[in-house]
Ligand binder design. Structure first.
Ligand code: CA
Length: 662
C-alpha cells in the first residue's frame, strides 16, 4: 500500500483577511490604547489627489485622498502593548468591476483583501492585525493598487463573542456521549485549546521483528525463543508452495502480519505519532486524529482503525476525530463495479474522470460506487457507536482548495465540481449515515477556507454542521513573513475570526490539521481561540510532528505544558457523561455508558430486547459464573427493583416482564 499523505500546497501567497462578521462590529477603542485616524493624503510618502483623472469622488474628508498607484503610503503607529488592531480603510475603487486585490504590509508581513468596485466612499475592513508594543509600520503597497484611500482608522480590535457558539448537535438524536462531548468542547471553547495529533493510517511505521514461522514445528517464534499464538484461520501458501500464516499474536496482544518479502512478521506502530509527542513533552494529546481512507471499495483494507479509536476513547479517555481520504478510480473505464482495483489506479485528487455529481444520480456507476464507499464507512462508524464512542467526523475536508466556488481551486475529487455539488454530497452522506444507518455518534465538522469572497458558499449551513475547521499548512506557502521554509508560529488569528464571521459566531472553529503548532504567545496575544490543533502524522519525508522544517520543538513544548492547552491527562474523567442542557432548557445528566440510568429495563445483554436470555445471563452472573459478563449499562438495566444493583429478585422480575405479568 502506498503511503498516504495529504500535504497540500496552496498556490496563493498569503492569507486573506477581509470583511467577515467583523464588518458589522462598531470600531471602538479599548481602555488601553487609542484608535488612530489618519487622512490618506497625510500618510508618509503619499501624494494628494482630489480626482482620479477626470473622475470625481466627492465627499472626501480633509484636503483630498491618496490614490495608490506606485509609491506606498506608510503609517507609523506606537501602541502601549502587543495586541490585535482593526484596520478600516475609508476608500473607493473604480478600476475593476469584479473587485481588486489590495495589500497592506504590517511590520513586513503582507495581508491581502479584495476591495469591490465602488465610486462612493466606503469603509473596507482590512482585517485584524497584530501590532507590537512600541513602533509599528503599516504600509499600503501597490502590488495591485489603484485604490483611493480617503482616510484610515486603526483601532484596538473588538473580538466577537465566542460564547455564542452552540453546544447543540445538529443531529437532534445524537447519542448521550456525543451530546456530552459537544457540551464539553463548547465549555472550553474560547478559554482554552485542546491538543490533538493525527496518527498514521493504512501502512507506514512498519516495525520489523525476528518472528518467523517454522513449518517443521508448526510454531511462530522470535529469536529469543518466545512463542506467538498463530491465527489458524489465516493459513496461506507462497508462490513456492510453502505454507505460512498471515497473522500471529504476541504475549502483549500485539497482532503481527507476515511479510511475503522478508518471511518474518511485522506490525504497524500506529502509536508512533502520539509517542513522539509524549517523548518530547511528557504529555499525550487530548484528541487523536484518525482516517477511514483504508476502507475504499477498490482495495478495502482493514487497518483496524475502529479498534484503535475505541481503545483511545474507552481505555485512554481521549477524544477521537477522523477524516476520510476516500479514493475513487482515476479512470472510471478501468473499474468494474465491486471488483478490486489497484491502489495506483485510484486517487483522492481532482484528477479523475469520476463525475462527482453522479454520486447523487441513481443508475450511474458513480452512484453505485459511492454507495459502496458509504457502506464501508458506516460499518466502521457503527463499531464506534456500539462501543459508545462519539466522533468529531470531518468528511470531504479542504473542499475549497485554492479558492473559488466553481471547484477550480479544488484538489480533492469531492469538491471539483464546485460548492453546490459539494454541499449536495455532504447532505447525502449526512442523511444516509444518520437516517439509513442510524448513526448518531457524529459531531459534524466542516473544513472551510478563506481564500476568496466565495469561501462562505462552501458552508453547508447551521443545521448540517457542528464545528467548522481550517487546515493550516503554511511553512512554504501562505506565510505573512516572506519566508518560504521553516516552522511558522503564526496563530492565523485573522483566518480564525474570518471563519467565526462566516458562521456568525454560532459554531466552534477548530484547526483540524496543521503543520506548525502556533506559539503560545501568538495564540494568546491574538486571541486565536482555535478549539483544537492537530498536526498531521510523521513520516521520514514529511516529519510534521517533530521535524525541524515543521515544528519549533521548544515552542511546541511550551504550548503542551501551558495551562492554556488541554492534554489527555487534563480531560475530565466524566467527559462522555457530562451534564448537558437539552433543547427544553432543563438540565439533566445524560444516560451515558455509566451514567446511572437504565436505557431499557431488563435488557441485561444490551441487545435492545428483553427476553429469556437476559434472565438466564443475570442468573448465571448472580451464581458467580465467570463466563457471564454484564457491563455497567447491563447492570443498570438489570436492576428491575431499583435496589441499586442486580439481585435475585431482578431475575424473577425480568421473567415476569417477559410474561407480561406486571
Ligand atoms: Ca482625505
Amino acid at each position: 500500500m502506498k503511503r498516504f499523505t495529504n500535504r497540500m500546497t496552496a498556490g496563493i501567497s498569503a492569507a486573506v483577511i477581509a470583511c467577515g462578521a467583523l464588518c458589522a462590529l462598531p470600531v471602538t477603542a479599548a481602555d488601553t490604547a487609542e484608535p488612530l485616524r489618519i487622512e490618506g493624503e497625510d500618510m508618509e510618502g503619499a501624494s494628494l489627489w482630489t480626482s482620479i483623472y477626470e473622475n470625481q469622488i466627492p465627499g472626501y474628508s480633509g484636503e483630498g485622498f491618496f490614490y495608490l498607484t506606485s509609491d506606498p503610503g506608510t503609517i507609523t503607529m506606537t501602541v502601549p502593548e502587543d495586541g490585535m488592531y482593526q484596520i478600516i480603510v475609508h476608500g473607493a475603487q473604480i478600476l475593476n468591476q469584479e473587485g481588486r486585490y489590495q495589500t497592506v504590509e504590517v511590520n513586513g508581513s503582507e495581508y491581502h483583501t479584495t476591495v469591490p468596485y465602488t465610486d462612493k466612499w466606503t469603509d473596507f475592513d482590512f482585517g485584524m492585525v497584530r501590532l507590537n508594543k512600541g513602533e509599528n509600520t503599516i504600509k499600503f503597497v501597490s502590488k495591485y493598487g489603484y485604490m483611493a484611500i480617503d482616510y484610515v482608522t486603526i483601532s484596538p480590535a473588538v473580538f466577537p463573542d465566542l460564547s455564542k457558539a452552540t453546544a447543540e448537535t445538529c443531529d437532534k438524536d445524537a447519542t448521550p456521549e456525543t451530546k456530552a462531548l459537544m457540551a464539553y468542547l463548547q465549555s472550553v471553547y474560547g478559554k482554552q485549546m485542546l491538543s490533538g495529533q493525527q496518527q498514521i493510517y493504512g501502512g507506514g511505521n512498519t516495525v520489523q521483528t525476528t518472528i518467523r514461522y517454522d513449518a517443521s514445528t508448526d510454531t511462530c517464534k522470535d529469536s529469543d525463543g518466545v512463542e506467538y499464538v498463530i491465527d489458524r484461520d489465516s493459513k496461506d501458501k507462497d508462490e513456492q508452495g510453502n505454507e505460512f500464516y498471515w497473522h500471529c499474536t504476541g504475549p502483549d496482544g500485539q497482532v503481527y502480519t507476515y511479510s511475503t518479502q522478508n518471511h518474518n512478521y511485522t506490525y504497524n506502530n500506529y502509536n508512533n505519532d502520539v509517542n513522539l509527542i509524549h517523548d518530547l513533552t511528557g504529555k499525550y494529546p487530548a484528541i487523536q486524529g484518525f482516517d477511514f481512507g483504508s476502507y475504499c471499495p477498490c482495495y478495502a483494507w482493514d487497518d483496524g482503525v475502529a479498534g484503535r479509536m475505541i481503545e483511545w476513547t474507552n481505555e485512554k479517555g481521549g477524544i477521537c476525530t477522523a477524516s476520510w481520504h476516500i479514493n475513487v478510480p482515476t479512470r472510471l473505464a478501468d473499474y468494474t463495479l465491486g471488483e478490486p482495483l489497484d491502489f495506483s489506479k485510484t486517487t483522492y485528487s481532482e484528477k479523475t474522470d469520476f463525475v462527482t455529481a453522479n454520486c447523487l444520480k441513481e443508475g450511474t456507476t458513480e452512484y453505485e460506487y459511492f454507495k459502496l464507499c458509504v457502506d464501508n464507512l458506516a460499518k466502521e462508524l457503527l463499531k464506534l457507536q456500539e462501543a459508545n464512542v462519539p466522533l468529531i467526523f470531518r468528511p470531504f475536508h479542504e473542499a475549497e482548495g485554492n479558492g473559488g466556488k466553481d471547484g477550480q481551486g479544488a484538489w480533492f475529487w469531492w469538491a471539483k465540481e464546485g460548492a453546490e455539488v459539494y454541499k449536495q454530497l455532504w447532505a447525502y452522506l449526512q442523511d444516509t449515515l444518520t437516517n439509513d444507518y442510524g448513526l448518531h455518534n457524529l459531531i459534524w465538522e466542516q473544513n472551510l477556507y478563506t481564500w476568496s469572497d466565495d469561501s462562505a458558499l462552501w458552508y453547508s449551513g447551521d443545521d448540517r454542521v457542528d464545528i467548522v475547521a481550517y487546515d493550516k499548512y503554511n511553512t512554504v506557502y501562505n506565510r505573512h513573513d516572506g519566508k518560504t521554509s521553516g516552522p511558522n508560529l503564526d496563530a492565523e488569528s485573522g483566518i480564525f475570526y474570518k471563519l467565526v464571521g462566516y458562521v456568525d459566531g454560532k459554531k466552534m472553529v477548530a484547526m483540524a490539521e496543521n503543520s506548525t503548532v502556533p506559539s503560545l504567545t501568538n495564540l494568546q496575544v491574538e486571541h486565536a481561540d482555535w478549539l483544537y490543533f492537530c498536526p498531521w502524522y510523521n513520516t521520514d519525508q514529511d516529519p510534521f510532528v517533530i521535524g525541524e522544517a515543521y515544528q519549533d520543538l521548544d515552542e511546541l513544548k511550551k504550548v503542551y505544558l501551558s495551562d492554556f492547552c488541554i492534554t489527555l491527562d487534563e480531560l475530565p474523567e466524566d467527559l462522555f457523561k457530562t451534564t448537558v442542557k437539552p433543547v427544553s432548557g432543563t438540565t439533566t445528566t445524560t444516560t451515558g455508558k455509566e451514567s446511572g440510568k437504565a436505557d431499557l429495563l431488563g435488557d441485561v445483554n444490551l441487545d435492545k430486547a428483553v427476553d429469556v436470555e437476559d434472565a438466564v445471563l443475570l442468573a448465571r452472573y448472580l451464581a458467580e459464573d465467570e463466563t457471564a459478563v454484564i457491563d455497567a449499562q447491563g447492570k443498570l438495566n438489570a436492576d428491575m427493583n431499583a435496589s441499586g444493583g442486580p439481585d435475585t429478585d431482578d431475575t424473577g422480575l425480568i421473567l415476569r416482564k417477559i410474561a407480561k405479568l406486571d
